[in-house]
Structures are given as structure tokens and as C-alpha cells.
Design a protein around this ligand. Structure first.
Ligand SMILES: CC(C)(COP(=O)(O)OP(=O)(O)OC[C@H]1O[C@@H](n2cnc3c(N)ncnc32)[C@H](O)[C@@H]1OP(=O)(O)O)[C@@H](O)C(=O)NCCC(=O)NCCS
Length: 132
């Protein structure tokens, strides 16, 4: 977990605390995937998987390992193993163009803007995809 926390802190302006990660580990529907390269944990993906609905909760690839298809591989993997989940949701900062590009590549589309989701004047875009 310390490595995930460090990647998170390097990746986001509004970052999770150690307590948020711990709380996530205890939730019934949470699944946590990590990507290991050369014996190093270099990326993580946290999802909530319910019966017919899923949520991409957090995704980050450590600097130095980006643009190598790692986030794509993680997303493709969870869509494949959760073929039963029809609808996926996520929230992403409206100014995080790289991530929005990534999610659009995986057929997420923009649903609505949630004002101040990440704090004062930090809006989120809610996106949805149908896994068919
Ligand atoms: C967003 C993030 C997860 C992408 O991870 P990644 O492993 O570099 O992504 P991939 O190499 O799989 O790239 C997948 C797609 O993302 C988009 N993308 C990634 N890097 C990009 C860049 N520098 N410029 C433009 N688009 C980019 C592209 O659509 C790319 O597809 P393509 O290679 O076919 O053009 C990574 O940049 C990151 O950890 N950022 C900080 C944390 C974050 O923003 N997380 C997501 C918010 S919920």
C-alpha cells in the first residue's frame, strides 16, 4: 500500500490519504489490481464491481511508465474478466484531458459535469460506458 499511496500522491493534485486506501481495501465490492514491471509496482486500478454495474474508482500509472499502454491493459483486463457488468461509470477531473482521451478510447462517453466534486472550482466529468 505505501507504493500505491506514493504513486497516487505523485499523480493527483487532490490525493487520497493512507486512510482512504485502507477503507477501500475493506469494502465488499472493491477490487484492487496492480501492474508489476521488473518487480516494481508501477500502476494500480481500483474498481467497484457490483452485479450489473461497475465503477472505475482510481487509476494511476507511475511517472516514467506512462504512454506504454499500461492503463489500457488494466482497463481491458477488468472489462474482460467482468464481462457480466453491462454499465461502467467513472468520474474524472474536467481538465484531465489525457485520462479523458484514455476513457474515450474505451468507449466511455461524457454524461454530466459535477461541480466542485474535487473541491472548490475542481469539477468532475461523469462518464459511462456500456460493456457489450
Ligand atoms: C491517465 C493515465 C492513467 C494514462 O496511463 P497510461 O498507461 O500512460 O495510458 P496508455 O499508455 O494506456 O494510453 C492510453 C490512451 O490514453 C491517452 N493518453 C495517454 N497519454 C497521453 C498523452 N501524453 N497525450 C494524449 N493522450 C494520452 C491516449 O488516448 C492513449 O491512447 P493511444 O496510445 O492509443 O493514443 C496516466 O497518465 C496517469 O496515471 N495519470 C495521472 C493519474 C490520472 O490522471 N488518472 C486517471 C484519472 S481518474
Amino acid at each position: 500500500m505505501p507504493v500505491m499511496l506514493a504513486i497516487c500522491q505523485r499523480s493527483f493534485d487532490v490525493t487520497w490519504s493512507a486512510a482512504s486506501f485502507e477503507a477501500e481495501f475493506l469494502k465488499e465490492h472493491t477490487e484492487i489490481y496492480v501492474y508489476v514491471k521488473d518487480k516494481q509496482l508501477v500502476a494500480y486500478l481500483i474498481i467497484w464491481a457490483m452485479q450489473s454495474e461497475g465503477e472505475v474508482v482510481s487509476l494511476a500509472v507511475n511517472k516514467g511508465f506512462r504512454n506504454q499502454g499500461i492503463a489500457s491493459e488494466l482497463l481491458a483486463y477488468i472489462f474482460r474478466i467482468h464481462g457480466n457488468i453491462r454499465e461502467w461509470y467513472l468520474e474524472v477531473a474536467t481538465d484531465n484531458i489525457l485520462a479523458i482521451n484514455l476513457y474515450e478510447k474505451y468507449k466511455f462517453h461524457k454524461m454530466r459535469v459535477i461541480k466542485n466534486y474535487y473541491g472548490q472550482n475542481k469539477d468532475a466529468l461523469q462518464m459511462k460506458c456500456q460493456n457489450i
